[in-house]
Design a protein around this ligand. Sequence first.
Ligand code: C2O
Ligand code: CU
Length: 480
Amino acid sequence: AGAAAWAGGVFDPRLVPPNGDLVARTEAARRRSGAATVTARLNPRPVTHDLGGPTVATWGYADSGPGPLIRARAGDLLRVEVTNDLPAPTSVHWHGIALRNDMDGVPGLTQRPIPAGGRHTYEFTVPDPGTYFYHPHSGVQLDRALYGVLVVDDPHETGRYDEEWIVVLDDWVDGTGRTPDDVLASLRSMGGHQDMAGMHHGGLPGMSMGGMEMMTSPLLGGAGDVAYPHYLINGRVPAAPVTLTARPGQRVRIRLVNAASDTAFRVALGGHRLTVTHTDGFPVVPVTTDALLLGMGERADVVVTLGDGSFPLVAAAEGKTGHALAVVRSGTAGPPNEARRPVELDRQVLTTGTLRAAERVALTDRRPDRVHRLFLGGAMMPYRWTINGTTFDHTDPLLVRRGERVRLEFVNTSTMFHPMHVHGHTFAVAGGGARKDTVIVTPRRTVAVDLDADNPGQWMTHCHNIYHAETGMMISLAYR
Ligand code: C2O
Ligand code: CU
């Protein structure tokens, strides 16, 4: 039934009102920047990926790793032509982008699914610079290799760094003889935690290196329902990691994207501290930390000044055993030490929800006109996740009116954490916190976020654990 709500339903264009406010805002952005039209093509298809040892049959946008990097400048018109060569209907959602509602890529809510063999063109203006990503909004397709990064550059930003690396984190299930749909079926029949139990102790190739022990004491209670056999950075297992190179002393901007379906990652770069400059695309008051925790759907931009040598960039699966790895090389000095577990992982760990918004993107002070409280609940047995006690098929939309300041209070009544994501808007964590579109709500805690209702339409609001979302933890936010 969850699948029907997520991917099916009948699309009624009358349900999508015109986007007056956003049109004005994006038109202004277009005039400001002397905007261009950027064209890209996506071809979701069955592929064989070499993960750097394991070779897997899956679905992807590219022959290896994440889909093509799509890059535009704020104010540009982006036109993406999708040719669906998958044996299933699909869709493309532009995670974090404030776009016109009918381009948001949610089958059953904003468009019809793109049928197998079908084509669809997305066309929208990208108003805000930042690090974003794209993925299907169809079932658990995200847990295949169907994701890619969208970078929107700031035409006014002058380069304050020498290099830029894009680092995409993923938890990988496929290639074990099971697909994400099998995992979903197994969760539904057995409940969480038991799924794939034992696989992570099974000594699969590429599982560990240099005796690195990757179980961390979790910051997040209930950190994920699935133990994955592999964790990836840019499509590679730790046994054959990607290498990122620069020169000693150079300042590097790392755009981190957590595209995983059921895994939060604790990220650290051995021998370095990370200065976080942006989260979910928007600037923050910079904070320097040893490590950073990134939930599913979250992004962070960090700046590091590179030392001389070879360093492990590690993403440890929070509360699970396993990690993803990339190797950073600068200069020639010193023996490679990427097999060592970075001590930074166990020092100061920052969560992005605690960051403050940079002044220029802070929401103005204003009392909320409307408060919606969302109780996040569910159970492992049977495996089913709810908002306000009901699964998505049965929830009434959260109603808002254009022009309102809306507060959403995410009240986590469960023992799992939930990275909560709102489409089409960037909220502020209440009380001057960072501008974000995805925020982790830890067990038994409440996180309030404020948004300006400036983009009419129907917008998904859901947990970015794709298995939680697919079994019910979604609701729509609708303008009336
Ligand atoms: Cu990346 Cu509806 O989400
Ligand atoms: Cu969840």
